[in-house]
Design a protein around this ligand. Structure first.
Ligand SMILES: *[C@@H]1O[C@H](CO)[C@@H](O)[C@H](O)[C@H]1NC(C)=O
Ligand SMILES: *[C@@H]1O[C@H](CO)[C@@H](O)[C@H](O)[C@H]1NC(C)=O
Length: 654
């Protein structure tokens, strides 16, 4: 098949295959009191783009446009701004930026790096009106570090922060040295992976050897302290190894070594250990999710078990619909690709093929101690791409969404009753956060527990604080503090089990759905079933201590809504059925019989014309996994018998 046909074919497949689409089981609307959220916003502060937690987790530092803020985390129910620094671009820099045909709104200082430099200072970089600049923040006085002449100490931020706030960036601080990936120029066509600060000379990717394609866009970076120490960068770029007619984007992981000091004659002040490999996030014959957007890491301190979780979208978005997927990658699998075959480009045909020649020892590009020979360094100049691709864990995505665009991911490890579970928080460009648990199995899959509709604008950044069970969400207009869970929304054992939320379990003695305590005193008092979410086998087990409700009818599950109506004959009553779960099917019963004749609206409400034969009790029943429960119960009374007639209208939603 000619290569350009492949692109078209992929686009076609996209329309046909639905993939393993999943829908959040419960959706909480903005302002829903059962999922309360604390908000910080101030009219003069926008773009809450960078979040950083202090080591003792007592303070949260936030980089916004033109400001660095400090919040106290002492009181979990409250976001309290304690200190702030204003750090704006100078008027002449703003004028200069505007004179280069940049919009005024871009010619401000968007903070892009906010990291701990050492125990006493933060290091921050901003776009500074297309003239990137960095500063140190003294945490004691919460002011910018100044020299003896009382001038602010600034560092040229080129290569550390992008020029353009639209460009991506990533950075990690390792022992006073900053590793960054971003655009290195005003035009935004020269990406760089740079190590700067510290005592050693700065190292960078070579711009002329094609180590990074000019459109590289960064999604994350991580330091893994394994052996000599390595830094991994995740990004996407045009894949030059694919000589398709259409430009093909690929997702990559690149590795550089902490011990790298650059070459002497060859690759002077350049990385001598830069290697990159392709990451794959495909579902069978479905369209590839080839564009990585953000990455989170699990267990970075345990390299044997380190896993990276990435959110991807597809280059082939059909008809404006957005789709995304989550794939995970083991560090071990990445490492085995980096120790495998190299690719090289044939000088005559320009085709990329596997390099089959001899490889010296220590391997060029490896994180071995000591220097490489000039021959090895020359070899590294054009053997930076690995031949093998890194497959996702389980070989398929953990989650696929056809009409949701994920922007951010954060990962938590939750101790459930039967072991640890991985929970993913996924920010969307529509302002929601999805919470999903990874369900063990072969392959692993995920269950979408809930959707929190938080914002009307995209989620810019997520930060998890697992010890306080809080999620921080940064967006253009504010900072949100969101509790990770509210188990009390599940009012019965059945709902608690159906939710499959590993933070929650049914407490048998108290008869409540509660957060699983950090230390479980009596395992037998708790019920949970994350794998299957089967309430019949869990709630009706002998553990329930003498309770033997009839199967399919749980006595402790009161309807969410109960009301009486008394309206004139021939008037119309709309009975609403609260739809808690998207995985349930709902049906109406009148006088115990299934309702088939009346009109049910698309929202599930039953429209009843008051007549003598439509009076009496109405119930809306939910059925989920074979378990039925009453969601609502109404009574339409005989208007002549009551003598009072007034209009009733129930509010929609919860
Ligand atoms: C941290 O770094 C700053 C800036 O270089 C320096 O002034 C300060 O003394 C350092 N603090 C420690 C504890 O090393
Ligand atoms: C340094 O400058 C700041 C304002 O730029 C001023 O508030 C502060 O008092 C000065 N400190 C000294 C020691 O002069």
């Amino acid at each position: 098949m000619p290569p350009w046909v492949v692109g078209r074919w992929l686009a076609l497949v996209m329309v046909v295959c639905a993939g393993a689409e999943s829908v959040p089981r419960i959706t909480f609307q903005r302002g829903d009191l059962s999922r309360s959220v604390n908000v910080f916003s101030r009219s003069d502060i926008q773009h809450y783009d960078r979040l950083l937690l202090s080591a003792d987790k007592g303070a949260l530092y936030v980089g916004t446009r033109d400001h660095i803020l400090q919040f106290s985390m002492k009181d979990p129910g409250n976001i309290q701004l304690t200190r702030e620094i204003s750090w704006a671009s100078k008027p002449d820099q703003i004028e200069n930026c505007k004179s280069k045909a940049r919009k005024e709104a871009e010619c401000l200082n968007f903070i892009r790096i906010l990291l701990f430099y050492n125990d006493t200072h933060l290091y921050a970089c901003g776009t500074n009106a297309f003239s990137p600049n960095c500063i140190y923040v003294d945490l004691n006085t919460f002011s910018l570090l100044a020299n003896q002449k009382n001038e602010t100490v600034t560092v040229d931020g080129k290569g550390q922060s992008p020029f353009d706030p639209q460009h991506t960036h990533t950075g990690v601080m390792v022992d006073g040295e900053l590793y960054t990936g971003t655009m290195n120029n005003f035009m935004g066509n020269e990406p760089i992976i740079l190590r700067s600060l510290g005592a050693r000379p700065a190292l960078k990717t070579d711009a002329s050897l094609g180590w990074l394609h000019s459109d590289a866009s960064f999604a994350g970076s991580f330091y893994i302290q394994d052996g000599a120490g390595r830094v991994y960068f995740f990004f996407e770029e045009t894949g030059k190894e694919f000589d398709f007619f259409d430009k093909v984007t690929v997702s990559r992981v690149a590795r550089v070594c902490k011990g790298d000091v650059g070459g002497d004659k060859v690759l002077q002040k350049k990385w001598t250990t830069f290697l990159k490999a392709q990451l794959v996030c495909n579902h069978m014959d479905n369209v590839p999710f080839n564009v990585i957007r953000h990455v989170a890491v699990m267990s970075p301190d345990d390299p044997q078990n380190t896993i990276f979780y990435g959110v991807f979208r597809s280059q082939w978005q059909v008809g404006g619909s957005s789709s995304s997927a989550v794939c995970s990658f083991r560090l071990r699998d990445i490492e085995s690709v980096f120790s495998g075959n190299y690719k090289e480009q044939n000088k005559e045909s320009s085709k990329w093929t596997r390099y089959t020649g001899p490889v010296s020892s220590p391997r060029p590009g490896s994180c071995s101690a000591g220097k490489f020979s000039d021959t090895d360094l020359n070899f590294m100049k054009d053997h930076f791409l690995m031949d093998e691709k890194v497959p996702p864990v389980g070989r398929v995505p953990l989650l696929i969404q056809q009409s949701v665009s994920y922007t951010q991911i954060a990962i938590d490890s939750v101790q459930g009753l039967s072991g640890p579970y991985t929970v993913m928080y996924l920010g969307t460009d529509g302002g929601s956060v999805h919470k999903a648990v990874i369900v063990k199995g072969d392959p692993e899959s995920s269950h979408l527990i809930e959707e929190l509709k938080l914002l009307t604008e995209p989620v810019q950044t997520l930060l998890l604080e697992p010890t306080k069970r809080m999620l921080y969400v940064g967006s253009r207009d504010g900072l949100l503090q969101v509790p990770l869970v509210n188990c009390s929304v599940y009012r019965s054992c059945f709902e608690c089990i159906l939710a499959r939320d590993p933070y929650c379990a049914w407490n048998v003695p108290t008869q409540e759905c509660q957060m699983v305590p950090w230390t479980l005193e009596n395992r037998d008092h708790w019920l949970q079933d994350i794998e299957k979410g089967n309430p019949n086998s869990t709630c009706l087990s002998p553990n329930m201590r003498g309770r033997s409700p009839r199967p399919g009818h749980h006595p402790d599950n009161p309807p969410t809504r109960v009301a009486n109506y008394s309206q004139a004959y021939n008037s119309i009553v709309e009975l609403q059925c609260p739809r808690l779960s998207s995985s349930a099917t709902y049906s109406w019963r009148h006088l115990g019989q299934l309702v088939e004749t009346q009109v049910v609206t698309p929202g599930g409400s039953l429209v009843v014309i008051v007549r003598s034969d439509t009076l009496g009790p109405y119930e809306c029943w939910a059925n989920e996994k074979g378990f039925s429960y009453k969601a609502a119960q109404y009574w339409i009374k005989d208007p002549s018998g009551v003598g009072v007639s007034h209009r009733w209208h129930l509010q929609p939603g919860q």
